[in-house]
Design a protein around this ligand. Sequence first.
Ligand code: SAM
Length: 254
Amino acid sequence: MNDGGARKPDYGNWVSIRLLVVPGILCIIFAGASLVLPLLAIAAFLFLFCFGYFAYARYVFSPKGRDLQNKIQALVMDSLQWDGKGKVIDIGCGSASLTIRIALNYPNAEITGIDNWGGRFEYSADKCRRNAEIEGVSTRTSFLRASASAIPASDETYDLAVNNLTFHEVHDVKDKRDLIKEALRVLKKDGSFVFQDLFLWKRVYGDVGELLDAMKGWGVKHVTFVPTNDNEFIPRALKLPFMVGTTGIIYGKK
Ligand SMILES: C[S@@+](CC[C@H](N)C(=O)[O-])C[C@H]1O[C@@H](n2cnc3c(N)ncnc32)[C@H](O)[C@@H]1O
C-alpha cells in the first residue's frame, strides 16, 4: 500500500497529541501548587488520569498498538454496497486514510476528500495530498477545505458518500442530523452511503430507530444500522460514549 518503502504515508492518530500535552501540563502545575495547597493534589491526580487514559487510547489506535483506527475504518469498507464506478465524497477525510483506501480498492473511482482541517487534529490538505501521492492514487483523488455543513457541490453529484467519525466533530451545526441531510443532498438517486459515527449517543442523535425512520423521509430507499461498539477487538476502556462506546454504521441507498 506504499511506494516500495522509500516514503511512508502518515495517517496520524484520532487522539491528537494535544489531548496528552494539555492534561500533562495541568498535572505538573497542580502538582507544584499542591506543595502550597495540598488539596490541589486531587486535581493533579485527575489530570494525570486523563493523561494516562489518552496516552493509552493513542497507543491502542496506532499501528504499533492494536491498530484500532485501521480496524474501525475497515468496517466502513465492509459495509460498502457499490459497483466501484463513479464519483465519491469522503466527508471529513482527515489524513485521507479512508479516501485512499477507497481509491486503492476501486480503481475506477474518483474521490474528493473534504475537511475543515480546523487544528484539533494533526491533519491537513498537504498531508492528504502527500499520502495520496505516496500511495499512487493522486490522479484520482482531490482534497478541498470545506465544512460538512455546507458541502461545495450541487445536488446529486456523487455516486457514493462516506463519512468516518466526523459528524460529531462538526461544531458549526447544532443538530448533527442536518449533516446527514447535507450528505444525502449531494448523493445521486440510487447512490450509496456509509456513515460511521456516534449514532448511539442519544445526546447527539436522539434515538437511532427514529433517526433511521427520519432518513426514509429524506428520500432514502434502504437504510441499515450496525453497531460498531460490540466488536470484540474494541477494548472495554474505549467504550466510553465519546470514544467508541456509542459508535455504529448507517449504510444504504438513496
Ligand atoms: C476523528 S477524525 C476522522 C478523520 C477521518 N475520517 C478518518 O477516518 O481518519 C474527525 C475529522 O473531522 C474533521 N472535521 C471537524 N469538523 C469538520 C467540519 N466542520 N467539516 C469537515 N470536517 C470536519 C476533523 O478535521 C477531522 O479530520
